[in-house]
Design a binder for this molecule. Structure first.
Ligand code: KG4
Ligand code: ZN
Length: 358
């Protein structure tokens, strides 16, 4: 029997301070021995979004407690852990540095291997915590900072098929929530409000839906929501109708773009066994999950969603990515620094800014 690796994972790239202890199991998935997430929702609520300096300070205040809680809950002492993984990017440097530095320090004093994890790789591999999915698979990564279609070929090997040319999908949800005064965090509040409204009431644009392959765009939709929100004037029915119309438009865009991405995947990868993984914070949205499930039935591919607790930022996915990288000898030296930008596919074209040709 081969030894089952156990890792401590640490995540502080944005507004969640998180630590987890993960161990490989016989099913080639993970035993989540602890998964502690300390959310900063109350700190950022009054500002309607993440304030970097506040976030960094909250990470500093919470990180030690969160790591100790993860160790305590797992009933594993530090000397029984095989390595430490911490998110090193992409994200806010002031935030990343908190988790990265403490991770490196623990690794140094306990003389354990250290793995610097790309947060996006954490999301990309997150279904592996629960499911044994073979590479390659198609990934739709939808979070607060990213919206991408990627082929996950292996650990550390990604090919980007499409990305957003402006806002990330989570950002569009968060800004819509702010415009509709639905509260923070935006995604869940828009989802809740959308259930109370008429999804066909407002006709909203579906930017680049018929061009640019499986690239995505949400800025024009956001502007349209802003324009329509001025008609609400405290009328809750209209507010819920706008939330529902926004959610419905997102569903239409994702349906179309995902079906294009599936065709692109089929052309590049010769397999009849197609798996689509939808990961990242926005993958918690039930309406999006059901909508893409319909597409999977229509097109005959399998769809895999991580459990809701592994969609939003967490350290279980960081520890898991850390274990996978460690097994491929992709550990890091202790002098590794945080990176604000760190694409999974370094050869992918940069798809933002003036001069962009679609
Ligand atoms: O992956 P994540 O936790 O952090 C980043 O890596 O960015 O994603 C956070 C994003 C936020 O924009 C949040 O509003 C969105 O995920 N989100 C949702 C839902 N839950 C979280 N968006 C839509 N519906 C949800 N239920
Ligand atoms: Zn994330």
């Amino acid at each position: 029997m081969t030894k089952k690796i156990t890792f401590l994972g640490i995540e502080t790239s944005c507004d969640e301070t998180a630590a987890a202890i993960i161990r490989e199991n016989d099913k080639d998935t993970a035993d989540v021995l602890s998964n502690i997430v300390s959310s900063q929702i109350s700190e950022h609520r009054k500002f309607g979004g993440v304030v970097p300096e506040l976030a960094a300070r909250a990470h500093l205040e919470n990180i030690e407690y969160v790591i100790k809680a993860a160790l305590k809950e797992s009933k594993i002492s530090l000397n029984k852990i095989d390595g430490i993984a911490a998110t090193a990017g992409p994200g806010l440097i002031v935030c990343l540095t908190v988790g990265l530095n403490i991770g490196k320090s623990i690794a140094a004093f306990s003389k354990k291997p250290f793995v610097a994890v790309n947060h996006l790789e954490g999301h990309a591999l997150s279904p592996g915590l629960e499911y044994n999915i073979q590479f390659p698979y198609l990934l739709l990564l939808i979070s607060g900072g990213h919206s991408q279609f990627l082929i996950v070929k292996d650990i550390n090997r990604y090919e980007q098929l499409g990305t957003t040319i402006d806002d990330a999908l989570g950002e569009a949800f968060d800004k819509t929530a702010k415009m509709l005064d639905l509260g923070y965090p935006g995604g869940p509040s828009v989802e809740k409000a959308s259930k109370l409204g008429d999804k066909n009431f407002f006709k909203l644009p579906e930017p680049i839906i018929n061009k640019a392959g499986c690239n995505l765009s949400f800025a024009g939709l956001k502007t349209a929501v802003l324009r329509e929100s001025k008609k609400i004037n405290g009328n809750n029915e209209l507010k819920f109708n706008l939330a529902a119309s926004f959610q419905n438009t997102i569903n239409k865009i994702l349906y179309k773009k995902t079906s294009i991405a599936i065709e692109m995947f089929k052309k590049k990868i010769n397999t009849s066994d197609i798996n689509l993984v939808v990961a990242g914070g926005v993958a918690a949205n039930i309406s999006i999950r059901e909508n893409l499930k319909k597409l999977s039935k229509e097109k005959g591919f399998k769809i895999v969603y991580p459990d809701i607790k592994f969609c939003g930022d967490n350290a279980a996915m960081i520890a898991w990515a850390g274990i996978q990288r460690f097994k491929k000898n992709l550990s890091n030296k202790i002098d590794i620094e945080a990176k604000s930008r760190w694409p999974l596919d370094k050869d992918a074209p940069f798809m933002k800014g003036p001069g962009l040709k679609l």
